[in-house]
Design a protein around this ligand. Structure first.
Ligand code: PLP
Length: 318
């Protein structure tokens, strides 16, 4: 209902939602077009397992409709994307990509995990299916794993039939926890966004930082797209430290309140160094292609007092 979808199917994890969706739609010989910066495990499904099943994929990393169209083949089944992307926080124009999908009569599937249905509704722009890792903002308190796929009734019905036979179901207990979590989604997202914007504004231009990226900062290269399709900027900001890998490592070690973890969307603020953790299996060249420099830090801004978050980041920078 929050996504404006006709139907949905809940799963044990976000990856279960992604995998069940892929397996219900794809067959040997099919092809997929995807944005290049996808969640690490999704990238692994494309690169490690798709070839085994004779399914191919092509990556795009642009907002140019022509570039995306060039990748579409007769056997392409869907376009897949995340926006904002992880971890570089780039935005993809949903309306533009949905028009390309429609023109070629293929599906558009959007992983809307970073934005949540409170901030962005891809179905409104023409997406056929929307996927969430409920492990992140949906629960928002780091308590349970979960996933969901929502969208067109016939598609969700096929996914449901496949899921019923292959076992990725959400546990009843987690379903109950998540139904309570949703009652506070709006309140939590308002606070995440307020805190993140505040911290991003205060850190922009800091002498130790090469860059601060947040969709609702006017300096963000895709600010106009963010304003068009998002209600607010979300809870994730990225910082690029001058001094690369060593500087990033030192910075993380100096944080007092904010914890190091590859998770995001928790009530507590969390920092991640993608190059050495979530994206360590990519080669340096692959990382740079999706904007992961050695000095890049992803900060999932929590619900704490915004001055406490800012002060912890400032003292570690110092
Ligand atoms: C975490 C995440 C997933 C996977 O979700 P799990 O619940 O951890 O399996 C998928 N997509 C994005 C964007 C994520 O951040």
């Amino acid at each position: 209902m929050l996504e404006g979808a006709e139907a949905g199917f809940a799963t044990a994890t976000g990856m279960a939602a992604i995998f069940t969706t892929f397996m219900s739609i794809l067959k040997s010989g099919d092809h997929v077009v995807s944005c290049s910066s996808v969640f690490g495990a999704t990238h692994a499904v494309f690169t490690k397992y798709f070839p085994k099943w004779n399914i191919s994929y092509s990556y795009f990393n642009t907002n140019n409709a022509n570039e995306i169209e060039k990748l579409i083949k007769p056997e392409t089944k869907f376009i897949y994307l995340e926006t904002p992307t992880n971890p570089a926080i780039e935005l993809i124009d949903l309306e533009l990509v949905a028009a390309v999908a429609k023109k070629h009569n293929i599906l558009l599937i959007v992983d809307n995990c970073f934005a949540t249905p409170y901030l962005q509704n891809p179905i409104k722009y023409g997406a056929d299916l929307v996927i969430h890792s409920a492990t992140k903002y949906m629960d928002g308190q780091g308590r349970v794993l979960g996933g969901i796929v929502v969208g067109k009734k016939e598609l969700v019905h096929d996914i449901y039939l496949f899921g019923r036979l292959t076992g990725p179901s959400m546990s009843p207990f987690n379903a109950w926890v998540l139904s309570k979590s949703l009652e506070t989604l709006a309140l939590r997202m308002d606070r995440h966004c307020e805190n993140a914007l505040y911290v991003a504004q205060k850190l922009e231009g800091h002498a130790q930082l090469e860059n601060v990226s947040y969709p609702f900062l006017p300096s963000h290269p895709h600010h106009a797209i963010a304003k068009k399709q998002m209600k607010a900027g979300g809870g994730i900001i990225t910082l690029t430290l001058k001094g690369g890998y060593e500087a990033a490592k030192q910075f993380l070690d100096k944080l007092q309140m904010i914890k190091i973890s590859p998770n995001l969307g928790d009530a507590r603020s969390i920092v991640t160094h993608p190059a050495s953790s979530t994206h360590c299996k990519l080669s340096e060249e692959e990382r740079l292609k999706v904007g992961i420099t050695p000095g890049l830090i992803r900060v999932s801004i929590g619900l704490e007092n915004k001055e406490d978050i800012l002060n912890d980041l400032l003292s570690a920078l110092k």
